[in-house]
Ligand binder design. Structure first.
Ligand SMILES: Nc1ncnc2c1ncn2[C@@H]1O[C@H](COP(=O)(O)OP(=O)(O)OP(=O)(O)O)[C@@H](O)[C@H]1O
Length: 391
C-alpha cells in the first residue's frame, strides 16, 4: 500500500488560543479507512484541517503523495481537488441557492465544461441518493439531506482522499447508517477515507485503523480490536468500550467463548458461539446467497431469480443497487449491514439475494468465505455468472 498523506511532527497553536496539536505524526495509506477518536477538544478537527491545507502547522510537514504541500493559492486549489473535506456542520459548506448549483460549485471552479459539470453533479447526487433534489434550495433540507449535499459537492470533484469531520453527528440512526454505507461504498471504489467521530461503536466496526487523540496528541494508533481492548488508554481518552467488545469479554469470563479473534460484528459473535457450542451448524440445512451485479440487473432477471431460487430475503448494497431496486420495484429487505444480515438469515435456512456492484461484489465474496472459514459454516454463494450458466 502506498502512503497518500503523511503528517510529520506537526505542532499547532491557534492564534490567541491553546496548543491544539503536539508532535503529531500519522500516515494515511492508499485505500485505508482511519477513524480519529477522542474527547472534546482533543485536536481531531484541527488535525483534519491540516490535511488539505486549510490550516498550516507552526512546524512539521504535511506530505501528499510524498511531496510536502505548498500553501500557494494555486497549489492549495489543486490539493483540494484531490483531498475533499466535508465539514461537521453542512451549513459551513453549502452556499448556493439550489442543490444543483451548490454541488456544481467545485466542478465549475475547476473549469469543467458545462457538460462535464452536469455529468459530475448528476453522478454525485445519484451517489448520495438525492437525484431528484437538484432544484431545491439547500436551506430547506433536513440536516441529513444537507450533509449529503455537502458530500455530493465534494464527490463531484472525484477526490482520491475524503476527509469527514464527524460524518454522523446530529443525524438520526437511519441517516447515520446511510452515510456510513456511502463511505463504505466510496472505500470500495478505491477512496482513502479519514473521519473523526465520538461514536466508538461506529469507529470500532468501520475503521481499518483507530487513532486515539487526547490533548492535541496521538496516544495510540492501531487496529480497532487492539485500540478498544486497552482499558487504560480508553480511560485516558475518556472513551467506553464498544458493546461488542464488552459482550465478548463477558462471554470469555463465563467460559462461553475462547476464540482468538475479537468480534467486530453480531455475525462474528454468532460465529464464535457456533464454534463453541455447535449450535448454528447442522441443526438445519443452511440457505444460500445469490449475488447479482446491479449493473446487469433488470426486472425480469430479478423476478426469475427470486422465483426460481425461492429467495426470501433481498439486500441492496450501494447507490446503484438501491436505485435499480427502486426503478424496478424490487422490495429490499435490507439496505445496510447487508452481507452480515444475509449470512445470519442463511445460517437459519433462508435463501438470500444480494444486489450490488463494483468493488463491493468482491467484498461480499470475501466476507462469506471468511465467515465460512472462521465459523465452520458452509454457506454457499451463487454468483451472477453461475446463475446464468446453471439456468
Ligand atoms: N478557531 C479556534 N480558535 C481558537 N482555539 C480553537 C479554535 N478551534 C479549536 N480550538 C481549540 O483547539 C483545541 C482542539 O480543538 P479541536 O476542535 O481540534 O478538537 P476536537 O477534538 O475536534 O473537538 P470536538 O470533538 O469537540 O469537535 C481545543 O482546545 C479548542 O478549544
Amino acid at each position: 500500500m502506498n502512503c497518500i498523506l503523511e503528517l510529520t511532527d506537526l505542532e499547532y497553536h491557534y492564534p490567541n488560543g491553546p496548543k491544539a496539536l503536539e508532535s503529531v505524526s500519522l500516515r494515511l495509506m492508499q485505500g485505508e479507512k482511519i477513524a480519529l477518536v477522542g474527547p472534546n477538544g482533543a485536536g481531531k478537527s484541527t488535525l483534519l484541517l491540516m490535511l488539505n491545507g486549510m490550516l498550516r502547522p507552526d512546524s512539521g510537514t504535511v506530505r501528499f503523495r510524498g511531496e510536502p504541500i505548498s500553501y500557494s493559492r494555486k497549489a492549495l486549489m489543486n490539493l483540494r481537488k484531490q483531498v475533499g473535506f466535508v465539514f461537521q456542520n453542512p451549513d459551513h459548506q453549502i452556499i448556493a441557492p439550489t442543490v444543483f448549483q451548490d454541488v456544481a460549485f467545485g466542478p465549475v471552479n475547476l473549469d469543467y465544461t458545462e457538460e462535464e459539470t452536469k455529468t459530475s453533479v448528476d453522478e454525485a447526487l445519484m451517489y448520495v441518493g438525492l437525484t431528484e433534489f437538484g432544484r431545491r434550495p439547500p436551506h430547506n433540507l433536513s440536516g441529513g439531506e444537507k450533509k449529503k449535499v455537502a458530500m455530493a459537492g465534494v464527490l463531484a470533484m472525484n477526490p482520491d482522499v475524503l476527509v469527514f469531520d464527524e460524518p454522523t453527528s446530529a443525524l438520526d440512526p437511519d441517516s447515520a447508517r446511510s452515510i456510513m454505507e456511502l463511505l463504505d461504498e466510496l472505500h470500495h471504489a478505491g477512496k482513502s477515507i479519514i473521519i473523526s467521530t465520538h461514536d466508538v461503536e461506529l469507529a470500532y466496526t468501520w475503521a481499518d485503523r483507530i487513532v486515539l487523540m487526547d490533548q492535541g496528541k496521538i496516544i495510540l494508533c492501531s487496529k480497532p480490536t487492539d485500540a478498544f481492548s486497552d482499558k487504560e488508554l480508553l480511560a485516558e481518552a475518556k472513551l467506553s468500550k464498544p458493546v461488542l467488545v464488552e459482550l465478548y469479554d463477558a462471554l470469555c469470563e463465563l467460559g462461553m467463548a475462547k476464540s482468538e479473534k475479537i468480534p467486530r460484528s453480531v455475525l462474528d459473535i454468532v460465529g464464535i458461539l457456533g464454534m463453541e457450542h455447535h449450535c448454528c451448524r447442522g441443526c438445519k440445512a443452511p440457505g444460500f446467497i445469490v449475488l447479482e451485479d446491479a449493473d446487469f440487473l433488470n426486472e425480469d432477471l430479478a423476478e426469475r431469480i427470486v422465483h426460481d431460487e425461492a429467495i426470501q430475503i433481498i439486500g441492496g448494497m450501494g447507490s446503484v443497487a438501491k436505485k435499480q431496486a427502486k426503478d424496478y420495484g424490487i422490495p429490499l429487505t435490507y439496505t445496510h449491514g447487508v452481507i452480515d444480515k444475509c449470512l445470519l438469515k442463511a445460517i437459519s435456512g433462508q435463501n438470500c439475494l444480494i444486489i450490488t456492484s463494483g468493488g463491493m461484489i468482491k467484498r461480499v465474496l470475501s466476507r462469506v468465505e471468511e465467515f465460512n472459514a472462521e465459523s465452520g459454516n458452509t454457506i454457499e454463494i451463487v454468483t451472477f455468472d453461475n446463475y446464468l450458466h446453471n439456468n
